[in-house]
Design a protein around this ligand. Sequence first.
Ligand SMILES: Cc1cc2nc3c(=O)[nH]c(=O)nc-3n(C[C@H](O)[C@H](O)[C@H](O)COP(=O)(O)OP(=O)(O)OC[C@H]3O[C@@H](n4cnc5c(N)ncnc54)[C@H](O)[C@@H]3O)c2cc1C
Length: 433
Amino acid sequence: MQTQPNVVIVGGGAGGMEIATKLGHKLGRKGKAKVTLVDCADSHVWKPLLHEVATGALDVGIDALNYRSHAAAHGYHFQQGAMTDIDRQQRQVILAPIFDDAGRELLPARHIDYDYLVIAIGSIANDFRIPGVREHCEFLDSTEEAMAIRKRLLNKFMRYASQEQLEDKIKIAVVGAGATGVEMSAEMHHAVEQLRGFGYKIDTSLLEVTLIEADDRILPKVEKPGISESVTRELEKLGVNVMTNTRITQVDSNSLTTSEGVELPADMVIWSTGVKAPDFLKNIGGLESNNINQVMVKQNMQTTLDERIFSIGDCAACPQADGSFVPPRGQSARQMALMTADNIMLMIDGQAPRHEYVYKDLGSLVNLSRFHTVGNLMSFIGGGVLVEGKIARFVYTSLYRRHLIELHGVVRGTLLMLAKGISRIIHPHLKLH
Ligand SMILES: Cc1cc2nc3c(=O)[nH]c(=O)nc-3n(C[C@H](O)[C@H](O)[C@H](O)COP(=O)(O)OP(=O)(O)OC[C@H]3O[C@@H](n4cnc5c(N)ncnc54)[C@H](O)[C@@H]3O)c2cc1C
């Protein structure tokens, strides 16, 4: 009897979940392959929503998708565990042991056999080895980190609101004014407005958010400077202090220091200055990687040195014609995932993986919480078309809608979107615990 090939996908994020679902449907359910998804977490939260988790605008209890139940319904298997290494000779993925909260070992280190492997473990914030960043900053790399930020923010607001005499403002610095930093800055103002509605003795005038960017404008990667200007105006209207041309060289427990030697006080620092792949990916299993640890791939997403191993999404270095790499974005992770699934199916059928990935920038939209949405669409045509307001908000949420439809099908995906909308109406607009 012919054995089924093992397809293992490590990382169930924006890209990994879509590839596991597609291969589960096309191969797993038909008995053509055993498809296994591995993730260090037990449930999936779509990463572009993490800033909403951090401010409490999104309740993980409602929005998280349990991997096991999704796997059972969609023809693939799930194994919880963090990949630490790959043995390419034995074709095995090595997983770290799992411990409970008290430090007792629940599962020992394990290995999983693969015939085809997809590495889709995403990225982490790049600290550029700046002193104090790892020790004193908050990051938005995972659901746990986003929830930790929420808890710290709520604690600060609670302590603040209980004071008779207010000493000073709550000072929050957000370093890095890409989409994540910009969205987080606006979302914090929204959170404070909501808390006031719930009886907290606090308002936005007591919150001092400073958005710090080394470049000469915020959103430096967005092609149209007009968008940066429009977003700066909106943020300043909210009371966000926007500082450009400011490079942070050190972070301490209560302050940041700029390259000019200026000390900026901060009760909390959120670090969002771009990403890198996790350090352990550097040359993992002898594979090639670039200077930010991304695994080097060809345009069909096969790694440059091993045709059985693919890498997609933020942790993959996929070359473009101009010598740069495909940017780490939800839209590119998704497009790579669906195409890589097709290539793996071809290989299992004994054919060459013929699909090649060319990144088409469909646009960048920035959502300033409920205050404003702005961006450009179809950036691949002459810099794109500027959109604002409700149309922009609709397009912004369409990436998430497409993700849900990919994971659940059209009917269930649409119903889920509706259910989440209703839940937002009937539950408090902010998670308070
Ligand atoms: C706040 C925020 C807002 C964003 N907004 C947008 C946006 O509006 N539009 C857009 O296009 N992009 C946006 N992005 C970027 C987008 O989220 C990422 O580009 C996208 O999620 C990358 O997908 P991925 O599948 O490569 O990785 P991820 O979605 O990050 O998934 C990685 C998965 O791997 C798992 N994992 C990590 N390490 C291991 C390990 N060692 N072993 C096993 N599993 C592991 C993680 O638990 C996770 O489930 C945003 C990002 C953030 C943080």
